[in-house]
Design a protein around this ligand. Structure first.
Ligand SMILES: [Zn+2]
Length: 643
């Protein structure tokens, strides 16, 4: 424990120092030194307590340094006096553990206030790294897995021995193993360490686009002879589960020696997990004393032999129960690996950190095809970017085929009757549009909407009818201005007048009521949030629009039928921070440059509509819109996870 604590504090110190340099720059720019002081304070107190792993904490510091080097904030002047900078003091006192502990409760109160008001006068730097810190502050209570991490698909692959001549089915040859590494490389996967995985599972911080974790059980000599050299050659991290009794023991199969393990663990690519002392077939049937010995002694022996902290346990044969978990927790492990022959689950689908699931190496190919590092971080600033060129993207996420148009600035158009969407935008400056809010079906050619509507082409606020307003209570009221978009719950007592919506957004230019939230604050919405919405569980074509993590507007439709819940999950993965459903079924329609993008793809005539959400090109941009059928990873403006 002492070792860990020291490492963490060092990391925090270095982290504070990093912050303090920028305290001057950002503080000078915005007058936000108070906020910065709180941030630094908070980190100094929080990180060592939350993350006892010496490797985990520096990860954040490193990543912040990287972000920092990308930021264009003014270079701090090294001659500036430290006296006017409260952050230097924080840095200097951060080596006093008792002070940190006593101050932590008070700082939580500060943290809570601060986190709720991110819009205060923070410097640009804070906006830049805010999401990372938010993720740390919001890390799930141990041993729970963070809800963001549950969306990711991280395969943890389990290997045993590697032998030139296979003896049992789960052995593989060195040639086969190298083929696996080539497959991982050629498919663009990024092997991660067990520390990275556990940080991700606790905080939801996204991993590389296609992550994978390699693990090797039982400490065979092949770990040193074949695996370790190849890991070094490829630069891939991995975890090795060692049971202590057979280290250096060559009766039966050959095993690694302590010397070999020392050599391996000197390399940061290698993580060791304790795998018991004697490798019992089933630890759940052991007596308390025997079980405690297997769990705690293996940790103690490996730590003393290798001189490193052991933070992870691997259940022999994957077997565990509540009692075993409790012993593992009491022994001070941060997480535990299991395995299940019947079900292949990604790490995020594991029960919790004390039972991280793995997948047998024979399933590597399937796992590679599925691997995904999870949704991008929610945007901290909540800012908007209405100045990027408009572009069309087709993407398939979780079997949902989507066409989305992103970029430009959003407007709405309320037509005088019902038309096909391309007709509505013909002759306007809109480049693309999706059918908008719900409309009344009472009269065939009526442009009557359900709920209030305010569109800049009419510049006239049309209140909704009382009965329909009541039924729309709580649905997303969409408010658009030249600079921003808000989605707020519709309240008919407040939002059925122009003054009422101006109270929510003073320079509002457009407003209407959408059907339902699909994604809210980067979270896909569960079934319980859809209320009385008709047919939300039924698979239909659906139209949606929202704001992505970069603050750009996106409009789109599904080309296949999909229920609203799984559409929300796909849109969160597509990088939408907020998205609402505007319509579903036969009137779902998306137009781009005068043409329907779906009419020829669905087998029916689309229903004419009176209202659209449209995108107009940014004023200065040339019309650089283009069809991009395969976004892959290269686009940069569209943060899709998968094609
Ligand atoms: Zn084993």
């Amino acid at each position: 424990m002492l070792v860990r604590r020291k490492h963490s504090l060092d990391a925090t110190k270095c982290f504070n120092k990093n912050l303090s340099l920028h305290g001057r720059a950002a503080g000078a720019a915005s007058g936000g030194t108070l906020s910065l002081a709180i941030v630094a304070d908070l980190l100094a107190l929080f990180l060592p307590l939350a993350f006892s792993s010496p490797l985990v904490t520096p990860t954040l510091a490193q990543s912040l340094q990287q972000q920092d080097s990308q930021a264009s904030s003014p270079t701090p002047n090294p001659d500036t006096s430290t006296e006017d900078n409260p952050l230097e003091q924080t840095c200097n006192i951060s080596g006093v553990p008792s002070l940190q502990l006593t101050k932590v409760v008070g700082s939580w109160v500060k943290a809570a206030n601060w986190v709720e008001k991110p819009g205060m006068s923070m410097g640009r730097l804070i906006q830049k790294f805010g999401p990372q810190m938010m993720a740390y502050l919001n890390s799930s209570p141990w041993p729970d897995i963070n809800h963001q991490a549950r969306l990711a698909r991280v395969p943890v692959i389990m290997y045993h021995d590697i032998l030139p001549q296979k003896e049992v089915f789960f052995d593989i040859t060195p040639e086969e193993f190298e083929q696996h590494l080539r497959l991982i490389h050629d498919n663009g996967l990024t092997p991660i360490s067990l520390d990275q995985l556990v940080t991700h599972l606790r905080t939801g911080l996204p991993l590389p686009e296609k992550p994978i974790l390699l693990t090797f059980d039982d400490g065979y000599e092949s770990a040193y002879k074949y695996v370790y050299p190849l890991l070094k050659q490829y630069g891939y991290p991995a975890a090795f589960s060692i049971y202590t009794l057979n280290v250096g023991n060559n009766t039966g199969r050959d095993h690694v020696t302590w010397d070999q393990l020392r050599e391996m663990t000197a390399n940061p690519l290698v993580t060791i997990s304790a795998h018991s002392v004697t490798h019992p077939q089933d630890v759940t049937v052991l007596s308390d004393d025997k079980l405690r010995m297997e769990v705690t002694e293996s940790k103690r022996i490996i730590e003393s032999k290798l001189g490193i902290p052991i933070r992870y346990f691997t259940y022999p044969e994957g077997k565990y129960d509540a009692r075993v978990e409790k012993f593992v927790q009491e022994a001070g492990y941060l997480a535990a690996l299991t395995m299940n022959d019947l079900e292949d689950r990604f790490a995020g689908q594991s029960k919790n950190l004390l039972a991280i699931d793995r997948i047998g190496q024979s399933k590597l190919q399937d796992a590679i095809a599925e691997a995904w590092g999870g949704p991008k971080l929610p945007s901290w600033s909540g800012g908007f970017d209405f100045a990027t060129p408009i572009k069309v993207t087709k993407v398939t996420i979780d079997k949902n085929r989507l066409i989305v148009v992103s970029g430009g600035r959003p407007i709405t158009i309320h037509a005088n009757s019902r038309y096909q969407v391309p007709q509505i935008i013909a002759g306007t400056n809109a480049v693309a549009a999706v059918d908008g809010g719900f409309f009344s079906l009472h009269y065939l050619n009526s442009n009557e909407m359900i709920g209030p509507v305010f569109s800049q082409n009419e510049n006239k606020f049309i209140p909704g009818l009382k009965y329909e307003n009541m039924r729309s209570t709580g649905r997303p009221l969409v408010l658009i201005s030249l600079q921003a978009v808000r989605f707020i719950p519709f309240d008919p007592t407040k939002h059925n007048t122009l003054e009422g919506i101006q109270a929510e957004m003073p320079n509002v230019t457009d407003a209407f009521i959408a059907a339902a939230w699909l994604v809210k604050d980067s979270q896909p919405q569960p079934a319980s949030h859809f209320g009385n919405l008709v047919d939300f569980k039924i698979a239909r074509n659906r139209a949606f629009w929202g704001i992505n993590q970069e603050g750009q507007p996106m409009i789109g439709v599904t080309l296949n039928s999909v229920d609203a819940i799984s559409l929300g999950a796909s849109l969160a993965k597509a990088g939408l921070r907020d998205a609402v459903m505007v319509d579903s079924g036969a009137s779902s329609s998306l137009a781009y440059k005068g043409k329907s993008l779906m009419a020829h793809l669905v087998g029916y005539e689309l229903r004419p509509v009176p209202h659209v959400v449209a995108l107009v090109a940014p004023p200065s941009a040339n019309d650089s819109a283009q069809i991009a059928p395969h976004p892959g990873g290269g686009s940069g403006t569209c943060s899709f996870g998968r094609d």
